[in-house]
Each structure stands twice: as C-alpha cells, then as structure tokens.
Write a protein that binds this ligand. Structure first.
Ligand code: XMP
Length: 509
C-alpha cells in the first residue's frame, strides 16, 4: 500500500484516487504520525501532499524527519516537496514570480521518475514558495521558466520531489509520473482490484457477523444499495433492509427500489409508509434548517420503530464512504482537520445498541459505482444522481404540502427523463426541479393564468463542493419547458438556474 500524508491539501483525496486507479491501494493518514508508526504499516511508498502553508511559517505542519531515513520511497508534491527538501538541507523561499496554472516543464533527466516522458510537457503549478537552492545531495530532474527545481531526486535516499501537481487533469501526463513512482520506484505490482476487494470484504463480513442478523437502511441511492448487495452476498437471509418512505421521494421511487430489490436480493425488506407523519411534522414550517431537523428526527423515530420489530439484530450497516470518514476525522490515523460530520443515520447505532458495519468505508464514490456493477446491480441504479436526505422538501421552497410535492415530482420526472433521452444523464452530476413560491401571469388558450413558476437546476461537479451549471443544449431546455408547462397542472413558467457554486449552493434551500 501507499500512504498519503495530508498536509491540508485540497488534492489529498485526488492523489489517493489516482494511486488506486493504478491498482495500488492507498490510504490517507495524518501528517504527524511518527516514523515508527508509519513503518509498522509497511507501506511500499509514501506521498507527501501539498498544503496551504509555508514551511517556514510558525506552526506549519511537519512530518517526522526520521521518515526520510526509513528506506521507504518518498514523493513530495508541492508543499510536500518543499518540506522534504528543507528537511534534507535545501533552501525554500518565495518565488520571484508566483506560479499558478499551466507551465511548460523541461525535462533534463528522462529516466526513473520521469521515464517515458517527452522533453517538454505541460504541468499544473500552484505555489507561492519553491525550493530555491538544493543541497548537494539533490539533483534537478526538470525545470520550468521560473522554477529551476520543478522535479528533484536525492542521490542517496529514495526521496523525490515535484513542485507541480501530477494528480490533476491539467497535468496530462501526470499518470505516467505516478505510474513510474509506484511501479519503478516503489516496486508495486498493482494487485489492488475491486473484484478482489469485493471477494475479501464478503469473506470478512461473513466471518465478523457469524450467524447474527444485520439491519441495513435503503435510501434508493447507490451507497446503501451497494452496502446491501455486499451484505446479501455475505450473509444472505440474515440481512433485513428498511426503507422509510417519507413521502419526499422522487416519482415512483419506492416502486423502483422495490423492483431493484426483488430482482437482486431475496432479503427481508420492510417498507415504512410514513408520508402522513412527515407531512404533519412539516406543516407550516418554512425555514430550511428547521425542515431538515424535523425530517431527520422523524426519520430516526420511524427507523427505530421498525428496527425494534426485527428480532435478534446485532449490527446496523451504513454506506459510509471514505471521504465521509476522512472529512469527519474519524479515521484512527486520519488527517487532523474535522471538516464536517457525516452520518447516514446519525446517532442511531448507539441509541439502538447496535454495532456498526461499514463495508464501503475505504472506497471513493466512483469505486462504489464500479463495485455496484461488479456485484451485478443495474446501471440505472449505480449511476443515479445523488438525492438529498430531506428529499423534495428542500426543493419545495416555503411550506411543504402534498399538492406542491405532486407538482414537483411530475416536473422533476420530465426533466430527468429528457436529460436521459438526450444521453446527458452521466455527463451531468445532479439535475432536478425546484418549485418556487412565486406565481406569475401567463396566457393559455385565450385565458389569463396566474400559476406557479419552477426552476430547472442541472450542475456538473466532481466533488459537489464546487459546481458549474450544465450548459445544456437550448433545444433540450425548450423540450423540458414545453413538456412541464403542458403536462404539469399549475405551472406556467419555467426558468433555468445559471448560478455556479460558490456562490450559490446546488440545492436552493
Ligand atoms: P449544496 O446544496 O450544499 O449540496 O450545494 C451539495 C450536495 O449535498 C446534497 N445535500 C444534502 N444531502 N442532506 C443530504 O443528505 C442534506 O440536508 C443535504 N443538503 C444538500 C445536495 O443534494 C448536493 O448533492
């Protein structure tokens, strides 16, 4: 395995994904773990991530300098390179010309780390500091116009540094450099495959769970479905699934889960029809966070009531993913920063006295999708756009009522079907409709109308932290608009949301 030491880079997760894409398992750990603890993990190599600090700044994150003497190959990227070089006697300082964006890299040593690359190639730079002077132990492998040490190698220790970012797509040949590091320098053999992961996980789950019963919540989304599929392969009929239908799901969603379920598992399924209870708790509530809170609490109540009817359950399964684990700082050796707390069913396992099973906690979303396909789940489920826990309630601006939800569901269904028909569902990350608390004047036939306005929202994003609005073709937008106005009673105006995130968020509430 490869360890990525996280110095607060926005790209640490991306580095880990790029490594796994080359069939090498990779884990992100906190930067201050001591060298002995790192050695005990027996990594084939270590990558030091970038980070926002300057190595000379007070309190700048540092790694244990003994790390460089373990004999384990180290690749420092950006801040990681500056730190490695600085620890081994080189000078880091402000660059005269700060470099952000594309730069032309000239390679002087096209072997080892840089083998198989052209003499000149595009790389992505993003730094204000750089290594200005290397100690005599280092040699320069490549340079840019303003950065004489854009790639370096230590002469006696297996320590390498890159000032640019090989992990981003703007460094088109970055994968070759990572491949060289993993396979040539670290001697990895590329044995990490999702099919093996599935096999090992299924065996491990079987052993861990024994003959106990496991409860798994289904949401209609890919994470919970893949969790259930893995568990079903491991323990078959000892799995019970619960779907709480809060009445805030998309059109025909309960039926879709049910048919996917009966086609793919024969496990015990409990559907809780709780639409009335949710509408009741939301009556008169307009404030978004209050809606979320009420939905969350009632969800826990409904889930709990159903779970206690299932006798003999010892475990609760959750579809927690790796980014959730690292973002919540929950990994034992995870990065120190707690960004946000994620929990699919917050607080539930403790309250119910269950032990938690999280078979996806080492995986990224794209890996979960691949695993879903590997496990035989249908494409339309595996590639489904994400849907927020509070569902349509946060897309029905203002008070949520049964009638408004019906309008929203129909309009949403038209938008998603048209995007699918245009072959753009996979190219867009999330597409939906928002029902606005606005009425406007229209004319239909010869009569004046005064009806609702809806907004179509479609975004493209990698991580949902930033997003751009999808540049959908005009004729597709026209078809959506026509169909919504003609087919959905009560809507006479359709707008397209052209705000990016930030400053807007993806959802409207
Ligand atoms: P925003 O609106 O914050 O959304 O840009 C980013 C992503 O998160 C989803 N989202 C939620 N998911 N509970 C969830 O489970 C929520 O309360 C919630 N709010 C937003 C949103 O759909 C998008 O994918």
């Amino acid at each position: 395995r490869i360890l990525v030491l996280d110095f607060g880079s926005q790209y640490a997760q991306l580095i880990a994904r790029r490594v796994r894409e080359q069939n090498v398992f990779c884990e992100i750990i906190r930067h201050d773990l001591d060298a002995d603890a790192i050695a005990r993990k027996k990594p084939a190599g270590i990558i030091l991530s970038g980070g926002p600090s300057s190595v000379y700044a007070e309190g700048a994150p540092k790694c244990d300098p003994a790390l460089f003497k373990l004999g384990i190959p180290v690749l420092g990227i950006c801040y990681g390179m500056q730190l490695a070089c600085n620890s081994l006697g080189s000078q880091v300082g402000h660059c005269e010309a700060r470099e952000y964006g594309r730069a032309a890299l000239k390679i002087s040593q096209p072997t080892g780390l840089l083998a198989g690359l052209p003499a000149e190639m595009d790389v992505w730079m993003s730094h204000g500091d750089q290594v200005n002077q290397v100690s005599e132990d280092f040699v320069s492998l490549a340079a840019t116009g303003t950065c004489p040490f854009a790639a370096v190698q230590h002469q006696t220790l297996p320590v390498f540094g890159l000032q640019f970012h090989p992990e981003v797509t703007h460094t088109p040949l970055g994968a070759t450099i990572l491949h060289n590091f993993l396979y040539t320098v670290c001697g990895c053999e590329g044995r990490w495959h999702l099919a093996d992961f599935a096999k090992l996980t299924i065996e491990r789950l079987r052993e861990e769970i024994g003959d106990h019963r496991v409860i798994c919540g289904l949401s209609g989304g890919v994470d919970s479905a893949v969790t259930a599929a893995l568990l079903y392969k491991a323990i078959g009929s000892q799995l019970s699934c619960i779907l709480v239908d809060n009445g805030l799901l998309r059109k025909d969603e309960q039926a879709a889960v049910l048919s996917e379920f009966t086609n793919h598992f024969k496990a015990d399924l409990h559907i809780v029809d709780a639409e009335d209870r949710f509408l009741e708790t939301l009556a008169g509530i307009t404030e978004p966070q209050e809606k979320r809170k009420r939905i969350g609490y009632l969800f826990i109540d409904c889930f709990k009531e159903e779970a206690t009817k299932i006798s003999g359950a010892k475990y609760l399964a959750q579809g927690t993913l790796y980014p959730d684990v690292i973002e919540s700082g929950a990994a034992p050796d995870g990065p120190a920063a707690t960004i946000k707390l994620h929990h699919n069913v917050g607080g539930l396992p403790e309250q119910l006295g269950f032990e938690l099973v999280e078979p996806l906690r080492d995986l990224f979303k794209d890996e979960v999708r691949k695993l879903g396909i590997e496990l035989g789940l249908p494409e339309q489920l595996v590639w489904r756009h994400p849907f927020p826990g509070p569902g349509l309630a946060v897309r029905c601006l203002g008070e949520v009522t049964r009638d408004k939800l019906e309008v929203l569901r129909e309009a949403d269904h038209i938008v998603v079907s048209e995007i699918k028909a245009a072959g753009l569902y996979r190219q867009t990350s999330q597409a939906f409709v928002v029902l606005l608390p606005v009425q406007s004047v229209g004319v239909m036939g010869d009569a004046r109308t005064y009806e609702n306005a809806v907004a179509i929202r479609s975004v493209n994003t990698d991580d949902f932290m930033t997003a751009d609005w999808s540049h959908l073709p005009y004729d597709l937008l026209a078809r959506m608009s026509n169909r919504i106005i003609n087919e959905v009673r009560g809507v006479n105006r359709v707008c397209y949301d052209i705000s990016s995130k930030p400053p807007a968020t993806i959802e409207w509430e």
